[in-house]
Structures are given as C-alpha cells and as structure tokens.
Ligand binder design. Sequence first.
Ligand SMILES: Nc1ncnc2c1ncn2[C@@H]1O[C@H](COP(=O)(O)OP(=O)(O)OP(=O)(O)O)[C@@H](O)[C@H]1O
Ligand SMILES: [Mg+2]
Length: 254
Amino acid sequence: MSQPSPLPQSKPSISLQARNVSKSFTSGDIRSTVLHDLTLDVRAGELTLISGPSGCGKSTLLAILSGLQRPDGGQVMALDQDLEQLDSRALERFRLLHTGFVFQGFNLFPALNALEQVELPLSYLGLSTGEARRRAIASLEEVGLGPRMGLRPSELSGGEKQRVAIARALAKEPDLLFADEPTSALDAANGQIVIDILHRIARTHGTTVLCVSHDPRLVGHADRVLAMEDGRILSDRVPTPTPTPTPGHEEPSA
Ligand SMILES: Nc1ncnc2c1ncn2[C@@H]1O[C@H](COP(=O)(O)OP(=O)(O)OP(=O)(O)O)[C@@H](O)[C@H]1O
Ligand SMILES: [Mg+2]
C-alpha cells in the first residue's frame, strides 16, 4: 500500500547544463569548428575542472556557459534558465546577479586598493555602501587578505592579486563562479593556494565552481575533472586527491 515518494524533494544539484552545444569561428575563407555538439552537466557545491591542451576550446566553452558568448547551436541551461530565451539585457542582468568570473590576468585597477577593487562591482548590485563594505571585507578575509586590503596592485604579489580577483567575484555571492586559467601566472605554491580557495568556496557556499586550465597540477585538487580535446569532452572522472602539504592560506616564504 504505502508507496515510496516518486519525486525526490531535495534540490537538484545540477546547476549548469550544456546540450549539443556547437560553436564555429570564421576567419577569411576558413571556418573552424571549436565546439562539437558538446554535452555536459556541472554540479553545485563542487569544483569542476576542465582540462585540455591550448586551443581545444576551453575559454570558448566557459564564455558560452557563462552567457558571455552565444553558441551557434544547442542549449545552455544555467540555474534552470535557458540562456537562449534571454535577450541581451536580461542576459547581462543574469550574469550580474548570478555569475562571478576570475581571469588569468587578474584585471585589477592600478589606482584602487584591494578593498576598493572588491567594493566597486557591488555598487552595480544596488547594495548600500555599508553592506558593500561589509561584504568586501568578509570576502577579502575569506581569501586571507584581511590585513592587506589597503594595498594597491603594485604592492601585492601575483598570488595576492589573484586572491583579490577571487574576493571580487566572491563578494557578489554568485551561484556560478567561473575561472579561466586562474593559476597560470602563479608559481606552484600560489597556484595551490588559489585552487584550494576555489575548492573551499564550492564546499562552504554551495557555489558551482567551474575552472578551466591546462595546468596538470590542479587535477588532484578538483572534485571532478573533464578532459577536453578538439572541442569535445573525452572523459569525466573523479580524481585521486593530491595531499595538501600547506594547510589554510598562509603566505609562502618569498
Ligand atoms: N573570437 C574568435 N575568433 C576566431 N577564432 C577564435 C575566437 N575565439 C577563439 N577562437 C579559436 O578557437 C579555438 C579555441 O580557442 P579557446 O580560446 O577556446 O582555446 P583554449 O582551450 O582556451 O586555449 P588556451 O589554453 O590557449 O587558453 C582557437 O583555435 C582559437 O583561435
Ligand atoms: Mg583559454
């Protein structure tokens, strides 16, 4: 008589879906296909790493999944929203409210200190000055930069600059956090710190963290690794964790 409940009550954890996504670029007479009918699911609360050689389409895929570029074909569902259905204004708003981006080159303003870098984008969210400041300080503390928030980029190391960029993305409290080669300008110790911070953000905030990189050192620090080649996902696996020698986010010695 008693039947099991047919529908699970828990929230589905898949937050990003690509279905048969394709993308080509034309230069001169030559048309090259960069993404071939690519299908993937990404889950919330995990750090997913897409690894693959230079030119295989990683940045293009990230740009499409984050709504920065439109695919030629296929569908992208982000937080249950079909991005195709959004006009460019709505897409911009979706990106503002729900996504954060961390780039290889940090993209910091030379004249602003770390606190101001993180506060600036929060003004576009319509937060009060006090709330923006509270969030900016909390995010900088979360990446271990509380004591250095008054410093400008020229006074920060590469690893610290990347942590400011992460704090800036994190302060928006995005559901989806995208990182394109976030460690490639860093040495091994700083790369490790950055990837550990991204991993922790996924776990503690339930954020979907999608990182693309060709750095093989990151593989053991992700929850899931998708190997990409020539615009296709070749494998999807849970890596063997790499032991973390330095806990927390202490400064490596100079
Ligand atoms: N706007 C564009 N116009 C023309 N071709 C493009 C454009 N964007 C990307 N491409 C081409 O698409 C291919 C994939 O580029 P993409 O930047 O996605 O690679 P990637 O995997 O991120 O490489 P890397 O690891 O070097 O960053 C490359 O051959 C690139 O030249
Ligand atoms: Mg790239």
